[in-house]
Design a protein around this ligand. Structure first.
Ligand code: ATP
Length: 441
């Protein structure tokens, strides 16, 4: 089927409680969403898959969970206080505010709506730089000396703990420090669902390398990260690597490439892989006065490591997975919506469904479910027509459905229905855990 529209994905997420607007009873709040039960499970699976690739399957990366609010000098050193800005314009007529570099994608406040600046009534101001960091203050009194910031990226916490980690983890470059956590940006471009939100989870890893090896590790991480999305089941044709032009590069970056996904809004950034050089450690070294270098005893060499950073967004990964998995087909003349999610990320791996709500079916189904859930994320659903229950599971991407019927009580077998092929197989209950765990691994 052709790729879904954003509206179709948004509607499914709302209908099945995966992701929905935050503060809805108050009319919502811009660019902010909540994750419901299945959204939470999906998110957890994505983060687990990332940790698995970063930590479990290698031995040169260690984990960190640093604070969201750090010493304010952090952001002075990192360049965020002076340089982390978006150019904004205001319209004196409709009183709306727009990102000057996004005008071609935005609608102006007048009707019929065109792009800002395109109607004769539009009266845009000159662009002004607007800092994207959220400010707050420590202590009961709001004074200028107390100002702190919600982190706009998780990376800086990693640089602040570089020395401590180097000491306790007994690593030498090349080695990495990985972290998953919330970041905050005062984004003003509305729309596009969870693509751009005020708060979002990042999965970032700073890989510290000898300066001469930076180029080769940059290439390595671009390929490794692209392969990770393909392994999660995302269509390779809808993924691409795009190198930043010199004028696009962030202040800290020697080279950056984005992994882009073909979202319903067009090719857009899913993850950035940056060669940050020695910018961050050198800056923190200067402002803190702490030496942030590596001393290689055998060679007697002392250097500030260079850093390769793969920086991914959990929300944008989830959006890519959802857009990629969304499909519609027909069963017996009836339209079906199905999320063809890779079993590794599917919120529920198997649903256990008694055909009837009597004749011992629920009791037998419940016993099978309770055994199964010891091994995988499973769900028991006894409510409503069996066809409707299948549809529900298809829409949340459950790869397997297990039905308990009259025959189950006679010969201890169940029907195993496969979400994508719709094949139904008769399986002995004794073999069920084995079959389900193998298929959904
Ligand atoms: P963009 O240019 O789209 O604003 P960026 O280049 O500023 O993104 P980075 O600073 O490289 O983004 O952040 C790394 C990753 O964090 C991004 O690839 C994206 O997945 C995620 N991310 C960044 N900003 C947001 C946001 N406002 N909402 C959701 N995810 C975000």
């Amino acid at each position: 089927m052709p790729a879904p529209t954003m509206d179709e994905v948004v509607a499914l997420c709302k209908r099945r409680g995966l992701i929905f607007p935050a503060s809805e009873i108050y009319g919502g709040i811009a660019n902010t969403y909540d994750y419901g039960h299945y959204g939470v499970l999906l998110k957890k699976n994505v983060i687990d898959a990332w940790w698995r690739a970063m930590i479990q399957e290698r031995d040169d990366v260690v984990a960190l969970d640093s604070a969201i609010i750090q010493h304010p000098r952090t952001w002075e050193a990192s360049g965020h206080l002076s340089g982390f800005t978006d150019p904004l314009v205001d319209c004196r007529t409709c009183k709306k505010r727009f990102r000057a570099d996004h005008l071609a994608e935005l609608s102006c406040g007048l009707k019929p709506s065109k792009h800002p600046g395109e109607t004769p009534e539009c009266d845009l101001t000159e662009a002004r730089d607007f800092n994207l960091m959220f400010q707050t203050s420590i202590g009961p009194v709001q004074e200028s000396g107390n100002t702190v910031y919600l982190r706009p990226e998780t990376a800086q916490g990693i640089f602040l703990d570089f020395k401590t980690t180097l000491q306790y983890a007994r690593r030498k470059p090349p080695f990495g420090i990985a972290q998953v956590g919330k970041s905050f940006r005062n984004e003003i471009t509305p729309g596009n669902f969870i693509f751009r939100t005020l708060e979002f989870e990042q999965m970032e890893m700073e890989f510290f390398v000898p300066p001469a090896e930076a180029g080769q590790w940059y290439e390595y991480w671009m390929q490794a990260r692209l392969d990770w999305y393909v392994a999660l089941g995302i269509d390779r044709e809808r993924l691409r690597l795009r190198a930043h032009d010199a004028d696009e590069l962030s202040h800290y970056s020697e080279a950056t490439s984005d992994i882009e996904y073909l979202y319903p809004i067009g090719w857009s950034e899913l993850e950035g892989i940056a060669n940050r050089g020695d910018f961050d450690l050198t800056q923190h070294q200067q402002l803190s006065g702490e030496k942030l270098e590596y001393f290689d005893q055998p060679t007697g060499e002392r250097y500030v490591p260079h850093v390769i950073e793969p920086a991914a967004g959990v929300g944008r990964t989830i959006l890519a997975l959802l857009c990629d998995a969304y499909d519609e087909d027909e069963i017996g003349g009836e339209k079906r919506t199905v999320l063809r999610l890779h079993p590794a990320v599917a919120p529920v791996k198997a649903a256990v469904l008694p055909l009837l709500r009597k004749d011992g079916h629920p009791e037998k189904a419940r016993a099978i479910y309770e055994e199964l859930r010891r091994h995988v994320s499973a769900e028991y659903d006894a409510g409503g027509h069996i066809g409707k229950r299948y549809r529900r599971q298809d829409e949340i991407g459950t790869p397997l459905a297990i039905t308990i019927d009259h025959q189950t009580l006679e010969d201890d077998t169940v029907t195993l229905r496969e979400r994508d092929t719709l094949e139904q197989d008769r399986v002995p209950v004794a073999e069920l855990v084995d079959r389900v765990t193998k298929i959904t691994r």
